[in-house]
Design a protein around this ligand. Sequence first.
Ligand SMILES: *Cc1c(COP(=O)(O)O)cnc(C)c1O
Length: 221
Amino acid sequence: MSVAENLKSIKRELPEDVCLVAVSKTKPNALIEEAYAAGHRDFGENKAQEMQAKAEDLPKDIQWHFIGHLQRNKVKYIAPSVHLIHSVDSLRLLKEINKRAKALDRTIDVLLQVYIAKEESKFGLDEEEIEQLLRSSDYEEMHNIRVVGLMGMATNTSNKETVAREFKSLKTFFEQLKETHFKNSESFKSLSMGMSGDYKIALTEGSNMLRIGSSIFGARG
Ligand SMILES: *Cc1c(COP(=O)(O)O)cnc(C)c1O
């Protein structure tokens, strides 16, 4: 199936309020242009310079999502073009994003990445670390970032119960934070969970933002 057909068949299953991020990492601009021609505007990348190059070459109304582990010294490459950073996993990184956003006289929206998987390799903060971050004076003093939600990646396993349990715990924590730290914030509303292999489970568990690559663009080499 073509990129346009893949997009259409996935979007058919999605509730209105769910944002579909088409993960175009490693894929050529021609394929992104195919999706763009089909009306798609949200794309996800996980390498800073790759996103920067694509943002320069492709239409300016694309909303670029940064979804991978982000090193502090790479923030400068994406700060002008990024729409949403899904993968904030430390206070130091958040400070660097704030600094770069301030220099550009803009606000950058971010999600805090929560560690929910049973795998050692996955990046993210645990619930206690997020509570600490949100209570810190450093956080209070940052005026050029806006925390608009949470992101999480489930364990890479065929065990659906494990995946469902991890997504459920993230949804619960999201609702809890909304009550405790973001009670008066209309903008804290994005819950980014679900990829090609597990997005149906993620939707059942309350995701409103999916990051789907291979089911749209085909397997990566
Ligand atoms: C690559 C990637 C995805 C998309 O993965 P697919 O299995 O191709 O859908 C989603 N989220 C993150 C963080 C990724 O790095």
